[in-house]
Design a protein around this ligand. Structure first.
Ligand SMILES: Nc1ncnc2c1ncn2[C@@H]1O[C@H](COP(=O)(O)OP(=O)(O)OP(=O)(O)O)[C@@H](O)[C@H]1O
Length: 229
């Protein structure tokens, strides 16, 4: 039997928008197997970011059920969710920008520090992950001394260093030129293949969509199609 990482059923989430109510998620059912490379596509406003926020234990649905790595995300307290995120999840989100005052090595090592790893080990690990994303030699640069593409790679290295079960990425190529976008996606595909890390990526970039092994199309808060490619 396939090893299921995410199981979502009947997820609903509405937001008040003035006098109106926007149904950001309107009954989403989705199963993601461990090791999958999933791209969520769909028009702006179709609910992709809202769904990623649910999977990332950053937001809660109004109703429905959601388990991740066999654990009921909706039964957890805020503190339990924070611990769960630290242990199981990696984020490549715009909102999770790098810490400006830390260099690349320190940014990657930070999450390992939270996990309790000693300094020598976490710096060595950070340097290995920076090399894996093509940033050997950039360890001491702060974010403002790197290009957007390089900063995005540091964010990927940081997400991976913690050895998460799942990496959630929201429009990871949005601020990159086509060359940097392609190399970031190639890197994610390689890590998926070689490390078995599961990816769920929200994007409307054709390059990202072309890399999908499972393409989930959303419309108006619903899943319109799931294609295994
Ligand atoms: N915090 C919020 N308050 C009010 N409405 C919201 C909020 N978050 C999302 N929405 C609304 O919910 C719907 C789904 O938004 P969501 O950001 O999930 O879409 P998306 O597919 O990720 O869009 P994009 O591609 O533009 O990022 C939209 O109509 C949006 O305006």
């Amino acid at each position: 039997m396939a090893d299921i990482l995410i199981q979502a059923a009947a997820l609903h989430k509405s937001y008040a928008s003035g006098d109106a109510v926007v149904k950001a998620l309107d009954g989403v059912d989705l199963v993601v197997e461990r090791g999958a490379f999933v791209v969520l596509s769909g028009r702006s406003g179709s609910g992709k970011t809202t769904l990623l926020n649910m999977f990332g234990a950053l937001d809660r649905p109004d109703c429905g059920t959601l388990t991740l790595a066999g654990q009921d995300l909706l039964a957890m307290s805020a503190a339990e969710r924070a611990r769960f995120r630290l242990r199981h999840l990696g984020f490549v989100f715009q909102a999770y920008n790098l810490i400006r005052v830390l260099n690349a090595r320190e940014n990657v090592a930070y999450v390992l520090q939270l996990q309790g790893m000693d300094k020598k080990q976490r710096f060595a690990s950070a340097d290995r992950w920076l090399a894996a994303v093509g940033l050997a030699g950039f360890e001491q640069r702060r974010p403002d001394q790197m290009s957007g593409g390089q900063q995005q790679r540091v964010a990927v290295a940081r997400a991976l260093a913690a050895a998460p079960d799942l990496i959630l990425a929201d429009e990871p190529t949005a601020n990159l030129d086509s060359h940097n976008g392609e190399s970031l996606i190639a890197l994610m595909e390689r890590l998926n293949r070689e490390e078995g890390t599961t990816f769920v990526i929200a994007s409307h970039d054709p390059t990202v969509i072309a890399a999908a092994r499972t393409l989930v199309t959303m419309q108006d808060g619903r899943i319109e199609a799931v294609n295994h490619l």
